[in-house]
Design a protein around this ligand. Sequence first.
Ligand code: ZN
Length: 141
Amino acid sequence: MLFDKSKVKKVYMGRLENQDDLLEKISEFINKKKIKKGFISIVGAVSEATIGYYDQIKKEYKSKTIKKSMEIVSATGNISINNNEPFPHIHIVLADKTLNTVAGHLFPGTKIFAAEFTIIEFTGKDLIRKPDAITKLNLWG
Ligand code: ZN
């Protein structure tokens, strides 16, 4: 097990604009503010979304774009260092007009209808992603 103890350094709350790309804007924001370690939470709605899952046998991400209006029921993630820069890792649950949900790993290509975010920045040692031999993912090492 690997873990690190941190304290809250700063809390950011904000709103993203209509048609912004959810993942790209969060990534831009944390890079601009140099937030190297933190927690992300987003609620709102999207007009389309690209989400997916990691195929544990093939060791690759499979993604799917869903072109319809959906609520962001929950999107949570973390911020750590990947390839020497702040990197957001976010999973999202979306509900359509029938209130059925889809969920997965958030990819670029998710267009915001409206979104509010809370980002909590932590103090302490950076968590740095490194290639992992078993999963072939970049994990905290
Ligand atoms: Zn993921």
